[in-house]
Ligand binder design. Structure first.
Ligand code: HEC
Length: 165
């Protein structure tokens, strides 16, 4: 009888261990999904959203939303490396001559030059390229209106047209 109890206790222990291992394993997977966001996300939010906020409303904002920038800099041929380089170049020396968003320059003035570490900009651009980012509610309609005459919606065309973001 005693040995049966011992065997039972051992079995319960083993079973218990397995269970908790399983739990650890699942919670590890969940953690991996949630706890390691792309570092560029936070950097984007803290360094750029002051002016490029996705939630500021259309009339009081002080810069174009990041989604508008993304659509101006990325078309179906743009590689990630090219995009990162373009953003680096802009950040190092933002000038009216280099600007692609003429409407935004007219409305907000050229973006002020601010020294950011290269690594910060690489992370931000890497994140921007690979991820869908938040966009203001008004943006989709506004963008469709602006691009209405062109059939290639959202493919970064129309740099020569003034826009009013
Ligand atoms: C102090 C406000 C401010 C901050 C902070 C800011 N920007 Fe800008 N940015 C602007 C304004 C205003 C424009 C629109 C005028 C222009 O294009 O120069 C702009 C335009 C841009 C453009 C498009 C330039 C063009 O016309 O081709 C890029 C790219 C850009 N910003 C990237 C960034 C990134 C990346 C960050 C964060 C690291 C950032 N900006 C932070 C104000 C800001």
């Amino acid at each position: 009888m005693k040995s049966v109890l011992v065997t039972l206790a051992v079995l319960i222990l083993l079973f218990g261990c397995n269970e908790s291992k399983k739990e650890n394993y699942t919670s590890q997977i969940i953690n991996q999904d949630n706890s390691e966001p792309h570092p560029g996300k936070k950097l984007l939010e803290t360094n750029c959203y002051v002016c490029h906020s996705p939630i500021a409303d259309h009339d009081t904002r002080i810069g174009p939303p990041m989604i508008a920038i993304k659509k101006h800099y990325i078309n179906n041929k743009t590689t990630k490396a090219q995009f990162i380089e373009d953003i680096q170049e802009w950040i190092k020396d933002p000038t009216e001559e280099k600007a692609r968003m003429f409407g935004a320059v007219r409305r907000f003035g050229v973006m002020p030059k601010t020294p950011y570490p290269e690594e910060t900009i690489t992370q931000i651009a890497d994140y921007l390229f690979d991820n869908d980012i938040e966009q203001p509610e008004w943006f989709e309609d506004h963008f469709k209106q602006e691009k209405g005459k062109q059939n290639r919606k959202g493919k970064g065309m129309g740099h020569d047209k003034p826009k009013n973001y």
